[in-house]
Design a protein around this ligand. Structure first.
Ligand code: ADQ
Length: 472
């Protein structure tokens, strides 16, 4: 990684801590953000602050993670209102273009404000004990009030915010009774980051509707009180070297050999998602159904593998989605399995190991990333990287509503997941692409990911926060 753009310690504040309890004790969780931040924190020192159900037993340090951990303890009622309620049933559907109905509930909002305040107090306490004012970097939609709460409590710290989900157009933001508080919360940061310029533009337009006299000069917002805030588009990415190595590691090869044996003679469609209604899994299954209806020969020739990671199963909409997806899988298999042959749809409701995930990516002929709306989508980037590292020629079928599309141009087969029949034809077209074309597309996709990896994302964000904190 190149030089870290700040010589201050870094304090990351996120909903969750980057650790999990395993049978062998507490371990750093594998994930893009942790991987990307590890070298920065190792160089500058720092802390990570986040909620954990088991806050009292979270250790201060965990092997492989060179930062202090500070667990925020929340009551059951706070978690219900702040996390399951306002974050996941109000903001999440609203910011994903209403693919589900957001619920407006004043008690959830109160819990959200209360928890953000509690986070602010914990952060202030941690910062007070540090020898120099750290750079504070707040993550995601659970903590949108936090920048404003930290501005007064930690006046000497550069302050940044990054939103991992889309920022919707002002007409949707307007539906929130607390839109002004949220925008003011974010505007207290020195720099606010988004995955794409569309989300950034939506934010800027929302701010301009809130205040008169806001001017936007390039990426800088000049506010009526004389402050300047940077609103920047920085797409998140993956650790390309790590995935490239993983793709050809012995463990991955062993997993792949097993999968190849299991699926011998069949061409593979793959879906890998958190089980979330934004990911378009139901629409995808309906397209598969049409595809198999039209092409009886394909019932034996293709397999569709859907790996769905359990997610938010204490929220009603997610439990319902699971039932719908599982019913649909059963319906398709009941209808199209031919005597003496394997089922067409293989459904795994679980997380899989990194090596297994990489093996599935390599196995796939067509990777279906077809969300109805997605801030970025890292699965698409992981797939092209793993395929390219092993000289593969898999095709990426990518939704027009995934943030990743902006970096990928016309090399994926682009689809509109709301057009179920259209998507079923594109699945067929993806199978029929010529090998040379597939390989050239994949090479360009992998180059696009390599040219802006997660380290560039982190460095870009930190440099932006540092720079903008020095402005008036
Ligand atoms: P997510 O909605 O969780 O993230 P995504 O970007 O696809 O979506 O990341 C999912 C991660 O989980 C990937 O790294 C993937 O490898 C992993 N994963 C998925 N299924 C798995 C399985 N069965 N087993 C193991 N691992 C699995 C949110 C936003 C996205 C944005 C990210 C990062 O919704 O739009 O890209 O944050 O900002």
């Amino acid at each position: 990684m190149s030089d870290v753009p700040t010589d201050r310690p870094l304090v990351v504040i996120a909903n969750r801590l980057p650790v999990g309890k395993t049978d062998d004790g507490w371990k750093a969780s594998a994930g893009g953000l942790v991987t990307a931040l590890r070298p920065v924190i190792e160089q500058t020192g720092g802390a990570w602050i986040g909620w954990d159900d088991d806050a009292a037993s979270v250790p201060r340090n965990v092997e492989g993670l060179a930062c202090d951990l500070h667990a925020v303890a929340l009551s059951r009622a706070q978690v219900r209102g702040y996390y399951h309620g306002f974050s996941n049933r109000t903001v999440w559907p609203l910011f994903h273009d209403l693919v589900a109905q957001p619920v407006i509930d004043r008690s959830w909002w109160r819990a959200y404000s209360e928890v953000n305040t509690h986070f602010a107090e914990v952060v202030a306490d941690v910062v007070k004990k540090m020898p120099t004012p750290p750079l504070l970097w707040v993550q995601d939609y659970h903590l949108m009030l936090l920048p404003e709460m930290l501005r007064s409590r930690c006046p000497d710290s550069p302050l940044g915010f990054f939103l991992h989900i889309p920022f919707p157009p002002p007409e949707l933001v307007a539906r929130l009774p607390w839109r002004n508080q949220l925008l003011e919360g974010l505007l207290a940061a020195d720099a606010v980051g988004f995955h794409t310029r569309h989300y950034r533009d939506n934010f800027v337009r929302s701010v301009q509707q809130l205040y008169t006299g806001v001017s936007a000069l390039g990426d800088t917002l000049a506010l009526p009180d004389g402050r300047h805030v940077r609103a920047v588009a920085h797409p998140i990415s993956i650790d390309v070297d790590e995935f490239s190595e993983l793709a050809v590691a012995d463990e991955t090869e062993a997993e792949l050999a097993e999968l190849r044996e299991q699926f011998a003679g069949r061409r593979i469609f793959l879906g890998v998602d958190r089980l979330d209604y934004t990911k378009g899994i139901r629409h995808r299954l309906e397209s598969i159904q049409l595809l198999l209806e039209r092409n009886p020969a394909l019932r034996r020739e293709v397999a569709f593998i859907q790996i769905a990671v359990p997610s938010r199963d204490d929220v009603k909409e997610y439990r319902e989605l699971r039932t719908e997806v599982e019913t649909e899988v059963g319906r398709i298999n009941g209808r199209f399995t031919e005597p003496g042959h394997d089922v067409p749809v293989h459904y795994l409701y679980r997380g899989v190991s990194r090596a297994k995930l990489a093996a599935y990516y390599r196995l796939a002929d067509v990777m279906c990333v077809t969300p109805l709306k997605d801030g970025m989508n890292l699965v698409a980037k992981e797939f092209v990287t793993c395929q390219a590292a092993a000289g593969g020629d898999g095709v990426l079928l990518l939704s027009e509503f995934a943030g990743a599309l902006l970096e990928f141009g016309h090399d994926p087969v682009r689809c509109n997941p709301f057009d179920i029949e259209g998507m079923s034809y594109l699945m067929e077209a993806a199978l029929d692409l010529e090998a040379d074309d597939r390989r050239a597309r994949l090479r360009r996709l992998a180059e696009a990911v390599r040219s802006w990896d997660v380290f560039r994302w982190v460095n870009g964000q930190l440099a932006e926060i540092e720079r903008s904190s020095r402005r008036p």
